[in-house]
Design a protein around this ligand. Structure first.
Ligand code: RIB
Ligand code: CA
Length: 314
């Protein structure tokens, strides 16, 4: 039985690989994509999602635009890691979509899909958590229709947009706190501590580019992002943060997790947007499942193997 899946995303180069992995994986049925501000404006994240699904041959999947700004305070600035258009300036190398976004907004599409699904849905937020916070606030009864949230976000031992904050949580700390602390939905949190360790090499990308036209197009979206990560990692590679979260949704248990209570710093100051993980023993058992380890080579091989089959299946 396939698992119904919804991805909430801000494409975003690594988001592109995450969407492709979901499409390439028969274990899951991608029933919807919702977009959010984040790496670039909501207009561009929505346009990129439509174009990526056109590339992947999945224009049957509805795309609904969501939050254009955080819940409370404006996002201070946007990282340029993904280029001006969110896809290293190469979004126009993707096919033009033959349809526009869904008439519904993201929260309404999430609500409708959750209500209509035959079984609880796995929701994979890989951008700021604003849409998810709004959904849970507006429709709390839908929590029982969510199998779990597999969230890419947070940095346990440091951040990437500030010394302590990871971009997705930093972009809307109030929404992140709402989802990770105040709501009682099952969460698997995939932090950048692990996703950065799963970074792929330029050789890995070159191999993917040689597998199919779709693979080549995906790799064609990476130059700006790869350049940023060469500096960030110190070697010729890039982090597929969001694809690691989708890999866990596709293969539950792929990542080793530990459950800890967490909090998100929402006060203004150097710590804003930071993820706080309470590892004290007396708190064992409560909190969220935090992905702490994986067979890194096995994970890279899994993602490559799945993405390599894309061109064949199209
Ligand atoms: O910190 C990594 C996260 O921020 C990823 O989701 C990436 O796409 C950016 O949105
Ligand atoms: Ca993202």
């Amino acid at each position: 039985m396939t698992t119904p899946l919804i991805i909430d995303t801000d494409p975003g180069v690594d988001d592109a690989f995450a969407l492709a992995l979901a499409v390439a994986s028969p274990e899951v049925d991608l029933i919807g994509v919702t977009t959010v501000f984040g790496n670039v404006s909501p207009e561009l994240t929505t346009r990129n999602a439509l174009r990526l699904l056109a590339l992947l041959g999945r224009e049957d999947v509805p795309v609904a635009a969501g939050a254009a700004r955080p819940l409370v305070h404006p996002q201070p600035h946007v990282s340029r890691a993904h280029g001006g258009d969110g896809l290293s300036g190469h979004a126009d190398t993707l096919p033009e979509p033959t349809r526009g976004p869904d008439d519904r907004d993201a929260v309404t599409l999430l609500k409708d899909l959750l209500e209509a699904a035959d079984s609880p849905v796995t929701v994979v937020p890989i951008g700021p958590l604003t849409n998810i916070a709004l959904l849970l606030a507006a429709h709390p009864h839908l929590k029982e229709r969510i199998a779990r949230l597999v969230i890419m976000g947070g940095g346990v031992r440091g951040g990437n947009i500030t010394a302590v904050a990871e971009f997705n949580l930093w972009s809307d700390p109030e929404a992140a706190r709402r989802v990770l602390v105040e709501e009682d939905v099952p969460v698997t949190l995939v932090p950048m501590d692990l996703t950065r360790r799963c970074a792929v090499s330029a050789a890995w990308l070159a191999e993917l580019a040689g597998t199919s036209a779709v693979g080549a197009k995906l790799v064609g979206l990476t130059p700006d992002y790869l350049a940023t990560y060469r500096r960030f990692l110190g070697w010729d590679g890039m982090a597929l943060h969001d694809a690691v979260a989708v890999a866990e949704a596709v293969r539950p248990g792929l990542l080793e997790v530990r459950r800890h209570p967490v909090d998100v710093e929402c006060a203004f100051g150097p710590g804003r947007g930071g993820l706080l993980v309470d590892e004290r023993l007396e708190h064992q058992g409560s909190g969220v499942d935090i992905a702490v380890d994986a067979d890194l080579d096995g994970l890279r091989a899994f993602i490559l193997d799945r993405l390599s089959a894309l061109g064949v299946r199209q």
